[in-house]
Design a binder for this molecule. Sequence first.
Ligand code: DQA
Length: 144
Amino acid sequence: MKTVYLLNGPNLNLLGKRQPEIYGHETLADVVQSCTTTASALGLDLYAFQSNHEGAIIDKIHEARDKAAGIVINPGAFTHTSVAILDALNAFEGPVIEVHISNVHKREAFRHHSYVSLRAEGVIAGLGTEGYLAAVRRLAMLLA
Ligand code: DQA
């Protein structure tokens, strides 16, 4: 069975508690559970990881080189700042889908640019936590 990595960046551990008017009421545990169910129905194994530390996310992307067929990533604020995460994703060979819960284009100008989008096969923004499920489905299609 192919494995996909679901990576979440800083502050996403507070999902459900942090600014629910922007990010909704679902927790990260809820998201991981529904993504695991969706992935398994599509014949994929899902491994989820969240960190508030850039280096820890980079280490997971390196690990994914040997362990994962594809990556779904919400890099949080690192989306807009991290050349290092982009470089790590460029060293990963499988498909990458970038997810943002909020519509970053409707928000502050500094959220309009994403380094990760230079690498991602697809970008989902503004679908709420449903965006993660759409990303898992898309990965399944790309990996079929
Ligand atoms: C986010 C959008 C980012 O701009 C923000 O820093 C986040 C979450 C989203 O999911 O909408 O932490 O990636």
